[in-house]
Design a protein. Sequence first.
Length: 277
Amino acid sequence: MDFRSMLFYFMIYSFAGWVIEVAYHAVTMGKVVNRGFLNGPICPVYGVGVSLVLVVMQGLARQNIETSNPLVLFAVGIVLATLAELVAGFLLDKLFHARWWDYSNEKFNLNGYICLSFSIVWGLAIAFVLRVVQPVVAGLVAKIPPVAGYIILAVLYIVFVIDIILTTLSVLKFNKQLEQMSDLRNAILKVSDEMSEVIASGTIRTVSKFDESKEKVEERRAELEIKLEALRKDMTLHAFYGRGRILKAFPHLKHRRYGEIYEWLKSRLDREKGDPE
């Protein structure tokens, strides 16, 4: 197993993972959504999980995948794939202040990043893939001419790196906009409180001063609401890529810093689209 082949395996299984995620969501939720953290059709955690098992079994343990004990593949798959999911979940949480998936409601979970039931699924899936699918994939990769193979890999990984950069920038801007929306909502609430004070004090003010104060407060609130709505529309554009995709791809995302405003934004989008969630 050479390095060139491993690069292909990573991409192939990352793409396969994306297909599984999209198909699963389409069946369970009744709609097609571009799943995965990145914009492109790829879920790297799947590629990492399978690649780790391949490296350990063939590279370190010198085991032939086709003749390896399925129970060993299952056990190694559980450990390494779960580790990959744990590290990915932890890093995404700490870097972007959000839980992109959460198993807190599942039994035997670890801080919501991983859980026993999904780890078992990981193990079964990897054992099946490596015993049944991998021989076919390896045969196809071996048939790719060297020069063509390196060109394909160069293109794939250049696009992959660009996608990582663009997605990271998009998520950072998404967080910044959530902060702006939170500030705007707080400002609107403050203006509403000022409105209440104006109305409450209206009985002891002259009619002209009362109307003037009330009008200024109403204008300020209208300005803030227009800004808030414009910001919301910008954040929900492009349901299949960019910041708008995040809202659709991760319906159970939990934002640690701006959870309240994120839930409000998602509920507004759901009402507009007619989604039950």
